[in-house]
Write a protein that binds this ligand. Sequence first.
Ligand SMILES: *Cc1c(COP(=O)(O)O)cnc(C)c1O
Length: 352
Amino acid sequence: MISFYPGPSRVYSKIPTYCQDAYKAGILSVNHRSKEFMKLYQDTVSILKQKLKIPRSYTILFTSSATENWEILAQSLTKKASFHIYNGAFGEKWFNYASSFHPGNRKYSFDLNNELSTDQIKIPLKSEMICLTHNETSNGTAISEKFMRKVRKTYPDPLISVDATSSMAGVSLNFSLADAWFASVQKCFGLPAGMGLLIVSPRLIEKARKIGESGKYNSFNTMIKHSENWQTSFTPNVLSIYLLKRVMEKAQTIDQTEDLLVKRYNEYIDLFSKNSRFELVVKNENVRSKTVIALQGSSKEIDKVKARAKRNGFLLGSGYGDLKSTSFRIANFPALENSEVRSLIKFFKKYK
Ligand SMILES: *Cc1c(COP(=O)(O)O)cnc(C)c1O
């Protein structure tokens, strides 16, 4: 079965080999205060920065999930209120998590075909953080770099945090336009689930110091203190860090990866614009995600196509949130191989 599910998703075929290598090299029982671990952390950060074009001044933390990152940002980086801009289920979940810490949070929710502009949004002055979902996995939309640039320019004071869970390592991101970027590894990184990444600017670290929150499992200041020593505050998922390092060493540069995914994306769009059974969920091509393609149809059609695909060896992603029964999703993630994408396209070309 080839998984086109947008998370957990197809892992790289080399993963079993890397796991064996980890075992042989003693990585699976390495002490997280040891020199070996510190070197692994440092090497992983340096390969991530090189391959994903992350500024040298940014700090990379290992967490356990994207969800944990929502909580860290709410607990340690905001005292009163954050402002959330979203159009789908993941952006809304983030807003809800953050609001359990800060009931005064505000939001701007928008239609999924809406190409955002800062003119339409009034962000209250008291907002300490602006929260954006770069790639909304639930409906297959993405926000543009142009919009992010405009937000940064219009609101120079608040921190900007970006959920890039299903786009980081798939498309090129301009990290300098925000203070926190985060993801988990079971999407574009092509790894088994169980780890999150939190990538932060020096300005954000400074702000956290001023707020001074510490002592909890998720306290950012405690995590940063350990990271300065290439360590973590708790015993981390060392295997996942090792696999991440191996996968990144082998990965192309992010621009090459993006080129490949855009090529595949164009083939999918071409395919589905000719298909009468399904419609693209996102009509406005300027806001369509390159890494998650969402199609809609009657719930009967959706059940049918998922079942038929399964019999042919393809696992399609179910709909999510409001679109659960009336859509399906296709992950356009880098771990999928050309031959697999070819065969899915062939399946749909013949699909009557
Ligand atoms: C998958 C996903 C999450 C949740 O990730 P976890 O690793 O399960 O916490 C959050 N945001 C977006 C945009 C996602 O796609």
